[in-house]
Each structure stands twice: as structure tokens, then as C-alpha cells.
Ligand binder design. Structure first.
Ligand SMILES: Cc1ncc(COP(=O)(O)O)c(C=O)c1O
Length: 365
């Protein structure tokens, strides 16, 4: 890192390698073209308009958001948004109305009559608006989504009968598949069968879905095995992280985000302490089988053993490397999305070394 522009940054600072970002985007776009899938990346990973622009330029059909803040910021980038989160509450209704008034084409995934009523009321208040609802399905994660085909048909029918919101189809998130095991085909076939049960019931009821939205980073490269899926919403894969690599969804060289930190102490033998703690890296647990809170991009054998708010303790037992106070390291966190959410800005580094400061604009509520 000696000759790099990174030596001038104060630490901890979050940096992204734009060459790797573009390679990651091109890889996903190529996969989607090959398999006839639309690509609607989830912006919760980066929350940054410049990255969203790059995703749209690489071929995304629109963007996925989880919060209204993300939606409000991203209307400047894309006119086609999916809010993959059920809207509940009067404040959300008012913000939805304002959002629809911007002329955005808005689709919302929801799993209750209450959320449908909020979305419908917001659409009515906005006047002429393009508003579509998807029935969210629970395909195994047990978080949100209706769990049986009969309930999916009932909610789809309610949407179909709604005077303001159009019925678009279904969405699901296979978040229970954090890492595909030794037989990914079998796991994906099981997922496909679960989804098929819902799709058949909807078709039989005369409510065939136009949109079947799914996908995640761990399942990304196997998405084509889910019969009937029309679009995928990977988020993490734009940057990747230690968990994406552990899940087999990315290689270490495809990790585009790291937190630059400085070694501030080597006083305790066998370890080094850096100035990036839980407030920079996020105290997210790793996937089963891993330990620690991150690993060094340039020395993946060195992990962050423990965290305080502003301290990260590097485990040196598995490495020959003996850092000195003042040395700099780049840490890849376990879960990049949560680390990004802790940053005010990202430093975007181009291949020629040029560096730009980008605000993580869609943070907060
Ligand atoms: C509803 C929904 N869709 C898509 C994603 C993106 O998944 P991943 O981060 O694995 O790419 C998430 C992640 O939390 C999600 O909650």
C-alpha cells in the first residue's frame, strides 16, 4: 500500500475498488442475460447513488430498496423501484404518496391486508400513479411472507380487486440458504419445488404472476434452477464480503470493499490492535465454521479476533507477519452491508489510482 493514494486517508476509512465493482456487475449482468433473468439489484448493500448508476448502466432493469429513505434517494437514479419491505404505519403511507408523486414506477412486496390498504391509500392520494403489489411468499426463511399457497391466492385476489394497485405477481427471499451445502442442485431444486407450489395455485386460481422476483447472493449463480423466476435481487454481490466467499458465491479477489485501518498497538504478544472496531466493521457473526469479525484483504490468514467499539484485535497466530505500530491494513468485514451503513462516505478508487469521495446518501431513515 506504500505508493497508493490510500496512505493519505485518515483511518478507519471505507474504500471500494471500482475495477472490482465493475467486474462484479458485469459478471452478474452476463449471468442474467445468459439465463433470461431480469436483474434488480438491492441497494441496501451500498446505499450510494453512484453505485446505483453503475448498476443501471451495467444492465439492471430497476432497483430494489428496503427503506423509504433508500427509495427517496434512488428515484434520482431509476424510475422503476421495488420496495421489498411491507409498508406499515401512517408515516410510511405519507412517504409512499410523496414517492409516487415523483412519477416513479413503484412495486411493493407485501404479505398482509393491512400493508395492501396502506399502499392502496397512498396510491389513491397520489392521483395517477403506477403502483403494483407483489404477494410476498415465505419459502423457508420464516421472516415475512405468506407460508401457504391458499393464503397467497387470497392476498393476490385482494390485490387484483383493489381499485388503485395493480396485481403483479410474487416475490420471495431465500435467506434461509446462507450457504449452499455439498449438493447445491438439490437445495435449489427443493426451493424451486416450494416456489412451484405457490405458482401452480395462483395459476389455477386465474392469477398467474407476471413477476416472480427472488434471489440472493448465496444462491446467485444457481438462480436459473428456480423454475418460473423472472428476476433476481442480489445485493451483497456488488462488493462481496467474507461471508460471500465462505458461501461459495465469490472469490477473495472479488471482494471490492474494505476498511483501511492503522495498527495502533502491538504491546500484547501474539496480536496487533487496529483502529477499526465494531463502529467501523460491524459486529456481525460469520457463517458457521468461521470465527472472528473480518480478515485482511492482503493477508486473509489474519483475522479480526475480537472487537471493541474503536479497537479491532488481529489474531497473528496463523501468520508469519509481524506488523509494526503505524502499519496500515485493509479489512474485509463478515457482512459488508452493515459495515457500509456505519460509514458516512466511501472512497472510490479507480484503476489509475484516482480517488473520489462518495456520500452514503441513503443511510438513515
Ligand atoms: C428482500 C431481500 N431481497 C434481496 C436481498 C439481497 O440479498 P443478498 O444480500 O444475499 O444479496 C435481501 C437481503 O437482505 C432481502 O432482504
Amino acid at each position: 500500500m506504500k505508493d497508493s493514494p490510500l496512505v493519505d486517508l485518515d483511518t478507519p476509512s471505507a474504500v471500494i475498488d471500482l475495477h472490482r465493482v465493475h467486474e462484479n456487475l458485469d459478471r452478474i449482468a452476463g449471468y442474467c442475460t445468459e439465463h433470461g433473468l431480469a436483474w434488480r439489484p438491492h441497494v441496501k448493500t451500498h446505499k450510494t447513488p453512484q453505485i446505483a448508476v453503475a448498476q443501471m448502466q451495467a444492465g439492471a432493469c430497476g432497483l430494489t430498496v428496503a427503506t423509504l429513505r433508500e427509495a427517496e434517494v434512488m428515484t434520482a437514479v431509476a424510475k422503476d423501484l421495488l420496495l421489498a419491505y411491507p409498508p406499515v404505519g401512517a408515516q410510511k403511507r405519507r412517504r409512499l404518496t410523496e414517492l409516487l408523486r415523483t412519477g416513479v414506477r413503484l412495486t411493493v412486496g407485501l404479505d398482509s391486508r393491512e400493508s395492501l390498504e396502506i399502499f392502496s391509500a397512498a396510491t389513491r392520494a397520489a392521483g395517477a400513479a403506477e403502483a403494483t403489489a407483489l404477494v410476498e411468499l415465505d419459502v423457508g426463511m420464516r421472516r415475512t411472507g405468506v407460508g401457504d399457497p391458499g393464503a397467497a391466492v387470497e392476498l393476490a385476489r385482494r390485490i387484483e380487486e383493489d381499485s388503485f394497485v395493480e396485481y403483479g405477481g410474487v416475490m420471495f427471499y431465500p435467506g434461509h440458504l446462507r450457504r449452499l451445502g455439498s449438493d447445491p442442485e438439490e437445495e435449489m431444486d427443493r426451493l424451486s419445488k416450494t416456489v412451484a407450489g405457490f405458482l401452480e395455485a395462483l395459476e389455477e386460481a386465474g392469477l398467474p404472476p407476471r413477476i416472480v422476483s427472488g434471489g440472493s447472493t448465496p444462491t446467485l449463480w444457481h438462480s436459473h434452477r428456480v423454475a418460473g423466476m423472472t428476476e433476481i435481487r442480489p445485493g451483497t454481490n456488488v462488493f462481496n464480503d467474507r461471508n460471500s466467499v465462505a458461501a461459495g458465491a465469490a472469490t477473495w479477489d472479488e471482494c471490492a470493499y474494505s476498511v483501511i485501518a492503522t495498527v495502533v498497538s502491538t504491546a500484547v504478544p501474539g496480536q496487533a490492535v487496529i483502529d477499526a472496531g465494531s463502529k467501523a466493521l460491524a459486529a456481525e457473526t460469520p457463517l458457521d465454521g468461521l470465527t472472528g469479525f473480518g480478515a485482511l484483504l492482503d493477508r486473509p490468514e489474519v483475522t479480526v479476533r475480537s472487537l471493541s467499539e474503536e479497537h479491532g484485535v488481529l489474531e497473528l497466530a496463523g501468520s508469519e507477519w509481524r506488523p509494526r505500530v503505524g502499519d496500515r491494513v485493509r479489512v474485509v468485514p463478515n457482512h459488508v452491508c452493515v459495515s457500509v451503513n456505519l460509514q458516512e462516505r466511501l472512497w472510490a478508487i479507480r484503476s489509475n489510482g484516482a480517488m473520489e469521495e462518495w456520500t452514503v446518501e441513503a443511510r438513515g431513515r
